[in-house]
Design a protein around this ligand. Sequence first.
Ligand code: 5AD
Ligand code: FES
Length: 366
Amino acid sequence: MPCSPEFQLDHAGLVAWLREEDPGALARLGAEADRVRREHVGDAVHLRGLVEVSSHCVRSCLYCGLRAPEEDLDRYRLEAEEILACACSAAALGYGTVVLQGGEDPGLTRDFIAEVIGAIKRQTRLAVTLSLGERDDEDLLAWREAGADRYLLRFETADRALYRRVHPSLPGRLSDRLGQLRRLRDMGYEIGSGVMIGLPGQTWDTLATDLRRFRELDLDMVGVGPFLPSPRTPLGGPGALAFLAPPALQVPNDEPTTLKVVALSRLLCPDANIPATTALATLDRDQGRELALQRGANVVMPNVTPPAFRARYEIYPGKACVGETAEACRDCLAGRLRTLGRSVAKGPGGRLSTLRQEMSLSAPHR
Ligand code: 5AD
Ligand code: FES
């Protein structure tokens, strides 16, 4: 069914939807996103086991609680055996993908990560997603050859001046996440990206451009969550005031706005995998994930990091599920999905395999 003219989303249309406050109109937007989600990726929800492999980071992103200048953190880097054990527990819990996420940590060497990927691939049937920041092409190629399937790297904002202000470059190396995303695609990775909602300095206009970029990049995965101030960071205290756009233009870091962006992402990228993010669950523990799943999302990324390390991976404070075991999260999520009338998906659930499946389902019988 084609979208009605109400959902033809040029730049002005996107800005209007982002600023929309009428409950009836927002209910129509959510219902349309839910319909498109069902039509393109179905009712099953993919669960991806998240392993927070290292809290070391060389970068100084102004919003992130793990930024390098933070000296008092009790940082850790998991051993290969520990990562493998997390992956095996993700497989045992019935998840189809393991996501290895960490700070930009040179201690996670090319060979170390390649060996970990190889071991996961030998011992499980999991798809492997990496989220390890900006890395050299040689690293990315080696990891792809070792079997990595997907890479997540949020571009955070399409506003280049704001991007530069909040992401200080490393000496002698310009930060270029869009370039890396394109190269990852050429290497055969599925690529995921996204932005925070309500980053100080983010305007409605910029956010509409972010959304259009999701489509231009033909993203396989789109992740968005609210900006959550981390008190230790430059954007977590009064210093953030200097970054804010004028009140009429500044995007708020709230749940309604995040949900609008989830829904619009689904309309713009109908067959992408879109998670209900932990940041949204942190903002609204009761209903955050459910509301996103009812407005376009089709993925959840439960944490499988050993609880002893989870609290030490504090990108922002109060992260949902920090004290829970992997089994507790699986059972909790299964119950929540049941309440929504949604099932747990089987298999790796990549965008390409889903598309292929769809094509073979719709192919005429011979
Ligand atoms: N609030 C919300 N999300 C954050 N991230 C980093 N810091 C914060 C914060 N303070 C997000 C970034 C990053 C992802 C791993 O976590 O978008 O890409
Ligand atoms: Fe972790 Fe509910 S998903 S406790």
